[in-house]
Design a protein around this ligand. Structure first.
Ligand SMILES: Cc1cc2nc3c(=O)[nH]c(=O)nc-3n(C[C@H](O)[C@H](O)[C@H](O)COP(=O)(O)OP(=O)(O)OC[C@H]3O[C@@H](n4cnc5c(N)ncnc54)[C@H](O)[C@@H]3O)c2cc1C
Length: 420
């Protein structure tokens, strides 16, 4: 969504009340908390809720802003993706498909606003049609439904769409009110006794000695308050989840040895608003994928009120806080939009907002023909650092995958093959 997360539920805990509380732990009683989650975006919140559900544990969520969900999780397309773009046996494919089902189920059970809009992927020539064929074949191989539409159906359902070569429909794609979703996660985390501390920036992590049965002695996390007034604090936790989105590589580098340090890359996406009621599609419209692109192409998505917006495009930037829409992007976007929606009122398209994708390199977010340049999610309990789980490069489809990511993280820590 374009606007930062309007925060009703988040309470800004007094730091003292959090720091001084003593918690019981099923594992080691010397740490302040069993779990510390760094980053209160959709993924961090989903993990916090998941881990806070474990009996006899204590979980704290640390967020640098005054509210949860104000970075990438509130600056995206809010699309519940089907899971067809991310190649065979990738984490993105697995987690997106599982996450999609979990998300629809949760939305229905908890009345979180969502809409099964469906999505069209549109080809204008034979080469693009071949991409759609490949996507269709792949979708079948992973049991995600897609089908081609006849010209009659295209014309009947979306008469303003230009599709010279064909349309592949994804019936399981939809949209979600990401703010309502995060408010639900935050409330559920609170209800389970989770603690959160806002306006608190993690500035250092150190591994502690000790522990038993191969499990480490936990970690000391150093923080400072955002306004700089409170000085530094340190808490300890047995398990640390680095779910810091655009800041995740910086956090990882605080702990990893020199040879495992990474450079963070950022791909900004600009959105464009549409201030006209015509044309008014009811389906999400995507151009055929462009091989090598960091995103999915300037597409048309809808918000919960049925308003159209276009974007995001892809622009590599050095600064993850660079959220100013760039007017130079407008012309290229209009060219793409007109290719599939020729009657669009160009005068009604305007710059809107931006989101930034956390990237592991100058990689593509989707899997091309041979997977060249594709980067998967990096979700790992780091070797030699028991209980430290890194979540890096959690770009799209991170929102769709969030509940499945939370399940995976719990399994890494406590499942049959858990290291700790
Ligand atoms: C343009 C764009 C479009 C997208 N569209 C979709 C889509 O349609 N569907 C989909 O499924 N996904 C989409 N995504 C991806 C999705 O938005 C992300 O994968 C998801 O929001 C990531 O959530 P997160 O919790 O990992 O990160 P974030 O939401 O970025 O949260 C990380 C949090 O960590 C905090 N933090 C960082 N550093 C520190 C620190 N040092 N100390 C304390 N806190 C810290 C930040 O303040 C932030 O709140 C899109 C992404 C972009 C950029």
């Amino acid at each position: 969504m374009g606007t930062p997360f309007p925060r009703a539920l988040t309470r800004s805990l007094s730091r003292q009340s959090v720091w001084k509380r003593s918690f019981s732990s099923s594992r080691q009683s010397h740490a302040d908390f069993t779990h510390a989650i760094i980053g209160g975006g959709a993924v961090g919140l989903a993990i916090a809720r998941q881990l806070a559900g474990r009996t006899g544990t204590s979980t704290i969520l640390i967020e640098r802003h005054g509210a949860v969900g104000t970075e990438t999780s509130s600056r995206n397309s809010e699309v519940i993706h089907a899971g067809i773009y991310y190649g065979p046996s990738s984490l993105k494919t697995k987690l997106c498909i599982r996450g999609k089902h979990m998300l629809y189920d949760l939305c229905e059970a908890k009345s979180i606003p969502h809409w099964r809009t469906k999505k069209w992927i549109i080809a204008q020539d034979e080469q693009q049609m071949q991409h759609l064929q490949d996507l269709h074949t792949f979708s079948k191989s992973i049991d995600v439904p897609t089908h081609f539409l006849s010209s009659r159906e295209i014309q009947d359902r979306e008469p303003d769409v230009r599709a010279e070569a064909g349309v592949l429909e994804s019936p399981t794609t939809g949209i979600i009110d990401s703010h309502a979703f995060m408010a639900y996660l935050e409330g559920a985390f609170d209800e389970q006794g989770g603690d959160q501390v806002m306006n608190t920036i993690v500035t250092g992590i150190e591994r502690l000695e000790g522990g038993d049965e191969g499990r480490g002695g936990g970690y000391a996390i150093t923080t400072r308050s955002k306004d700089g007034a409170g000085g530094q604090d340190t808490i300890t936790a047995e398990v640390v989840i680095n779910s810091a989105g655009l800041g995740a590589i910086e956090i990882s580098n605080m702990l990893m040895p020199a040879q495992r340090q990474r450079k963070a890359y950022f791909a900004k996406g600009t959105y464009f608003s549409y201030a006209s009621g015509h044309p008014k599609p009811k389906t999400l419209l995507y151009p055929a994928p462009v091989p090598g692109l960091g995103g999915l192409g300037t597409h048309l998505t809808l918000d919960m009120a049925g308003r159209a917006r276009f974007g995001p495009d892809v622009e590599w930037v050095d600064d993850p806080t660079d959220l100013t829409p760039n007017p130079a992007r407008l012309k290229d976007a209009v060219d793409v939009i007109r290719s599939y929606l020729p009657s669009v009122d160009v005068g009604a398209i305007d710059l809107d907002y931006c989101g930034v994708r956390p990237k592991l390199g100058r990689t593509t977010g989707t899997y091309g023909k041979d997977g060249k340049g594709f980067a998967d999610f990096y979700i790992k309990e780091e070797d030699g650092f028991p209980g430290f789980v890194n979540l890096l490069g959690i770009e799209s489809p991170g929102l769709t995958s969030s509940l499945a990511i939370a399940e995976l993280v719990e399994d890494m820590l406590y499942g049959e093959n858990a290291k700790v």
